[in-house]
Design a protein around this ligand. Structure first.
Ligand code: SF4
Length: 64
């Protein structure tokens, strides 16, 4: 699984980082979530799907 964030859509609430800190960081300077892995480790895939579901502006794109 791969995941990316569309920065034109991200509203910077940091929820993805709270849901799955192993995959998402929070960029305090630019006030946005960031993906910190190239490939999502299998044990974090479910949390990444949940983060994508919960991302209000739909900024998280998951590629299975
Ligand atoms: S949950 Fe969505 S809107 Fe919030 S920081 Fe992450 S990508 Fe941005």
């Amino acid at each position: 699984m791969k995941v990316r964030i569309d920065y034109d859509l991200c509203m910077g609430d940091g929820n993805c980082h709270r849901v799955c800190p192993a995959v998402f960081d929070y960029d305090d300077r630019n006030l946005r979530g960031v993906v910190k892995v190239d490939v999502v480790p299998p044990e974090h895939e479910e949390a990444v799907r949940r983060a994508a579901d919960e991302c209000a502006p739909g900024a998280i794109a998951v590629e299975e």
